[in-house]
Design a protein around this ligand. Structure first.
Ligand code: NAP
Length: 644
């Protein structure tokens, strides 16, 4: 894997290039922006190829065959010029870059949106979100140390930002390695269900991802390589769990209680960044008799690699994103697999889901300067902001036909239903079981390349939709009294997502306990800070999850930016701590709740991990990505009480 593209010289002749550009899998829309940027030539951006945002979900940006051919012709000319050694002229301006970006998005970009997208594009892999300040800029000589909890995707990002700003920090990681969710989830078939070219840091884009959706091993390697590149490994204390954190009013510090093989100790720091993730603590179902089962059983996030599946009858409980990835692998090995499904999924077809990048597309990444950046921007355009309105409620819409919430929700639901109907056209009894009847977008979509239908149609696989009554020594009993005798049970039953920061005990000002303050409803201002808990930050905190529009790494980058701006404010003004005002926090959360009530996941009564035990949405962000970016640009001192 490499972060710095080491471009190969173009030695292919015109015919070879033509055939690369014509091969299926070559993503045409990012080609011309990449070439225009590489050559500094805006004339490559043909007006007849202006992208139509309404067609963002269609292949090749919805271009007609003639338009695709026109793109290839212009691209060939551009590639010829690269081959001849031409490069960008020195008077290329920021305005030129903006023109290319607007063309690439089919929208005239300006203001904040342009700035946000420019950071996402990260032209030439520049780190546009790096702190533009350092603690040395400020005269304060007070000590300032940050404890980061967790060395997963968010934790190592936060560490790097602090390092860039010259702030001291230590990461405490309960596991023995880096990677968080990508270290813990080792189940067969595990891979990222967001496109990899957006599921990576904006400033650490790779031009050689092997797959469109990489496997767990590749992502684990990516985050390890990032940590090495950031040079933060020596700041991590592995196999060390934070059991509690207590704010000491007198010293204006946090005292962390640590548990490791060396026993217990206390660590003092000025600030804490919790980067423990939302999908971290496995949830086992509350099914009577679970402890009675005689055979082996395990959770998807604690995969039992010792247990061989061959010659065994396996039961799987759950059909969420994790289960749908591992069930096909289990079915290939086991004698029989019985899948207990409570709620079917809306499947989002993605034929490339498990495919390697084709040679011709890899050629573009390897030969066209910074094609990776423009490919990422194109994905962002295709799959991000434009999709969110499809999950918004139109109060005028009649939902009685199919529980849809708007015309565009109905339209996408119709397409997804057609997909299911085509996948299961030869097995009507299965089709009946897999068609969801709840609002499309109320639960997370499951990405599919046809493997789900292939698996369910296997003669040794049974999809059981009878509800589970109990678990006995021998297996699983459903409500109709049938006993399904099995040798092992695998729980694909998700995580305690709404129990943020458990099992840590966090005590803030006046001895207030964070979990008591939340009382089951985790809330935070911007998902980052809670009143009474000064200098304590959450990454991937309450209401910062997204359902359809993008990659969670985007949110982590916004959060890390906000946190460093906050710390900068403390140092610049020589302040001990800030505590967010309750009224600011409460107003923000009222608006958030109203926003969530307008969304598919807020209206439907279907089960989902987006809700807490009382059915309140504690996970999701209902607004645009741009809005989160704007709100986390800068801290507003008026939002906070200063503690000296
Ligand atoms: P999940 O989406 O919460 O799914 C849990 C499954 O277990 C659901 O099918 C649920 O049914 C079922 N279940 C729970 N309790 C049950 C009970 N008592 N009886 C019967 N069934 C029960 O968990 P997950 O699949 O681990 O995925 C969680 C999230 O992790 C995903 O949404 C995604 O964001 C992330 N994820 C990402 C990737 C990736 O990128 N590679 C992969 C996996 C997961 P109901 O639907 O009826 O509740």
């Amino acid at each position: 894997m490499s972060f710095t593209p080491n471009l190969s010289h173009i030695h292919e002749d015109d015919d070879e290039i033509r055939s690369i550009l014509s091969a299926s899998g070559t993503e045409l829309p990012p080609l011309l922006p990449a070439l225009a940027y590489a050559l500094g030539d805006l004339t490559l951006l043909d007006e007849d190829l202006w992208l139509d945002p309404a067609k963002s979900l269609e292949e090749q940006g919805g271009w007609t065959l003639e338009q695709q051919e026109l793109c290839r012709e212009i691209a060939l000319e551009g590639i010829r010029r690269l081959r001849a050694g031409e490069s960008r002229h020195s008077d290329f301006t920021d305005k030129d870059l903006h023109t290319i970006m607007s063309w690439a998005c089919g929208t005239t970009l300006d203001g904040a949106y342009l700035e946000m997208l420019r950071e996402e594009l990260a032209p030439e892999n520049r780190d546009l979100r790096a702190p533009n300040w350092s603690r040395k800029d400020f005269s304060t000589n007070r000590d300032f140390t940050v404890a980061i909890i967790g060395a997963g995707m968010s934790g190592i990002l936060a560490a790097y930002r602090l390092k860039q700003a010259g702030i001291d920090f230590v990461i405490f990681e309960k596991n023995s390695g880096i990677g968080g969710t990508w270290l813990e989830n080792t189940y067969p078939g595990c891979r990222v269900d967001v496109s990899n070219h957006v599921y990576c840091y904006s400033f650490m884009q790779k031009h050689d991802w092997p797959h469109f959706h990489s496997t767990q091993e590749v992502l684990l390697q990516y985050f390890n390589e990032c940590a090495d590149h950031f040079n933060i490994r020596d700041n991590i204390r592995f196999s060390t769990e934070v059991s509690s954190a207590v704010w000491e009013e007198a010293s204006g510090q946090w005292d962390l209680e640590l548990e490791s093989e060396n026993g217990e100790e206390v660590f003092h720091c000025n600030s804490i960044i919790s980067a423990v993730g939302q999908l971290n603590r496995p949830a086992y179902p509350q099914i009577a008799g679970r402890e009675l089962f005689k055979g082996p059983s395990w959770h998807s996030a604690r995969w039992n690699h010792e247990e061989k599946l061959e010659d065994k009858n396996i039961a799987v409980i759950g059909t969420g994103c994790s289960a749908i990835q591992f069930i096909p692998r289990v079915a290939e090995q086991a004698s029989s697999t019985t899948i207990f499904q409570r709620t079917p999924n809306w499947l989002m077809p993605r034929p490339q889901y498990q495919q390697e990048l084709p040679e011709n597309l890899l050629w573009c990444f390897d030969h066209i300067p910074f094609y990776n950046n423009w490919f990422r921007l194109h994905l962002f355009w295709r799959s991000h902001e434009g999709l969110l309105p499809r999950l918004e409620i139109d109060p005028e819409w009649d939902s009685s036909e199919d529980n849809s919430i708007s015309a565009s929700n109905h339209e996408l639901g119709f397409m997804l239903r057609l997909y299911l109907e085509s996948e299961f056209s030869d097995t009507p009894e299965l089709l009946e079981k897999v068609i969801p009847d709840y609002t499309m977008g109320a639960k997370r979509f499951v990405i599919d390349d046809g493997l789900w239908a292939t698996t369910l149609k296997r003669p040794d696989v049974d999809l059981c939709t009878d509800q589970i009554a109990e678990i006995t020594e021998e297996g699983i009993v459903t409500e109709n009294g049938n006993l399904h005798k099995v040798d092992a049970i695998i729980y694909g039953t998700g995580f305690k997502a709404s129990e943020f920061l458990t099992p840590m005990k966090i005590v803030g000002r006046q001895g207030l306990d964070l979990h008591e303050q939340w009382d089951g409803v985790a809330q935070a201002y911007l998902g980052i800070v809670s009143p009474n808990f000064p200098n304590l930050f959450f990454m991937y905190g309450p209401n910062t999850n997204i359902v359809i529009n993008g990659s969670i790494i985007y949110f982590s980058e916004c959060e890390a930016h906000y946190i460093t701006r906050y710390i900068r404010y403390l140092l610049e003004h020589d302040i001990t701590a800030l505590d967010v005002k309750k009224e600011v926090h409460d107003e923000y959360n009222v608006r958030l709740d109203e926003g969530n009530a307008q969304m598919a996941w807020g209206t439907s009564s279907v089960n989902s991990w987006y809700k807490n035990a009382d059915g309140q949405i504690t996970q999701n962000w209902p607004f645009s990505l741009l809005e989160y970016w704007e709100q986390t640009r800068e801290i507003n001192p008026n939002d906070y009480i200063e503690l000296q």
